[in-house]
Write a protein that binds this ligand. Sequence first.
Ligand code: OGA
Ligand code: MN
Length: 288
Amino acid sequence: MLRTTRLHRDFAVEVHGVDLRSLTPTDGYPEIRALFEHHSLLLFRGQQLDDEGHLAFGALFGPIEDRSMGRNGAKPRMDNVSNKIGENAISAPDDFHTLNLIGNQLWHTDSTFLPVPALANILAARVLSSTGGETEFVSTRAAWRDMPEDLKAQVRNAVFRHRASHSRSKINAELAKLEKFTKWPDQTWKALWRNPVTGEDALYIASHVCAIEGMAEAEGTALIDRLTAFCTTDDRIYTHAWQQGDVVIWDERATMHRGRPWPYNEERTLASICVSVQARDGLAETRG
Ligand code: OGA
Ligand code: MN
């Protein structure tokens, strides 16, 4: 039995006594996968994962997402969330690279705009800023459970339209025009993702939602804003203050997250991979 301690009333646990390098599909992984399904966020401290170990841990959960999507046949690789852009260079506060990172400061879940979205994101601390740079999380499963019925009734059967350029347009109009944000056709997903293991519903919502199907645009985005506000009140937030050795994995189907600002003249680097959803994770059932 793994020992866990709660990080938040609603979700999120720290898992003790695991070296993530030691897991195999049949030894260690099944127990961790069960914790992931039930608690939506797992923190492992004091880890020593290099990129290879990080990719191997992710591969236990499913196929590693290819974020560039242009490298057909290429081996999956690590994608750092970082403002480091060269050997000795930090991206300027107002350039597109930094603005995209600032886009992560809007409440979201990752890759909802991809034809196959993400099941999980796995971040590992690499270089931390002297202050700030926390990552905040909420459970959209707990939020759905707690939502008043009149609000639930408005979205229970709704389908949301997701577009990468939509979230980036909230940061900067020119940023949103970059090909990497416009190249995907809109994706539509049901408002609720039902976890096939636990049977629990979670609101599947992100900064990328640009419309609710069958609703006037302004009405749809106003409702999305209302839902997001309900999900992200202070009491629902787990704030993760990064330490060296931390590895965090979260369930993209049942949470939202956002980055917090840091001094942009300092390097902040987290090693990052997403794992794609597979049929067994509820993909077909959630497609809108
Ligand atoms: C991400 C993300 C926030 C952060 O990696 O998907 O949103 O704190 N990160 O860097
Ligand atoms: Mn993200």
